[in-house]
Write a protein that binds this ligand. Structure first.
Ligand SMILES: [Zn+2]
Length: 266
């Protein structure tokens, strides 16, 4: 059901609610990945300031808002708090809000929220440690299959065939580029994301995703590496590209096609 069926106030409430839920999920995901990468369990245990060790109270742990009101500093010792958790909360919240705005209250919204929660979690992990846990690479495939079982798209065979060819083509390109550069161009996680994108999006929107993630990847490399030859996280670029392609791919590719026609097919 599109949000245009609701009064403006109700639609605004729904969007704020989606942002809040996304921010809470982002907070949990960041905390879970941070603690598990340090070998700590993430169920139970109170959060504490990394500088002074004081246990944090609930008012210090409100996603997004606490960081803004505390201006990124610990309430007790004034030491700066890392912005990673805040960034994860804001990005997850924004993603949930955009999905709700584009898909309304629908099965498509649920599907996108599940898939992009997993892909954004993989992105956070890739940014933090340049690795993605296996569970975050396998579970999105299980999620796609589950949604296909609930509401099968009419081009399942085409999507499966395309995703395999798409993944294989990108793998070969990465292999060749890697040989030329003398270092791996893409990791396993990146290839898995492309195959997943092919299944989720189909051929037309996957090619849009490939174009967008190349642009995002180059921008990210320019910002993060500044000329240094060092591996960088590519999963966030793929995830951002897949989100745009999933939500706005039809509108964008239709417009490109109209421009193409107006130029007499070049
Ligand atoms: Zn402190």
């Amino acid at each position: 059901m599109s949000l245009s069926y609701f009064s403006p106030a109700a639609a605004a409430f729904i969007l704020v609610w989606f942002f809040a839920v996304g921010a809470c999920v982002g907070s949990f995901v960041y905390c879970a990945l941070e603690r598990s990468s340090e070998g700590r369990g993430f169920i139970g245990g109170r959060s504490e300031c990394r500088s002074c060790g004081r246990k944090l109270s609930p008012r210090d742990l409100v996603p997004v808002l606490s960081y803004i009101f505390l201006r990124g500093k610990c309430r007790y010792c004034g030491e700066k708090i890392g912005a990673g958790s805040f960034a994860a909360e804001a990005v997850f919240g924004a993603a949930y809000l955009i999905i709700a705005a584009a898909c309304g209250l629908s099965l498509a919204a649920l599907e996108n929220i599940v898939l992009f929660t997993l892909l954004l979690s993989a992105s956070v992990s890739d940014l933090r440690t340049l690795t993605v846990p296996d569970i975050l690479l396998t579970s999105p495939f299980a999620a796609v299959m589950t949604f296909w079982a609930i509401a099968p798209p009419n081009d399942i065979a085409g999507r499966l065939a395309f995703s395999l060819i798409f993944g294989a083509a990108i793998y070969l390109c990465a292999l060749l580029t890697g040989k030329v550069l003398g270092q791996p161009a893409l990791g396993e996680a990146d290839i898995a994301c492309f195959v997943l994108g092919g299944m989720m999006l189909g051929a037309k929107k996957s090619l849009l995703m490939l174009f967008l993630c190349s642009v995002f990847g180059l921008a990210e490399a320019a910002v993060l590496r500044i000329g240094r030859r060092k591996p960088f996280a590519f999963v966030p670029a793929i995830t951002a590209a897949a989100l745009i392609a999933a939500l706005f791919g039809d509108a964008i590719t239709d417009r490109v096609f109209i421009i193409y026609q107006n130029f007499g097919g070049w």
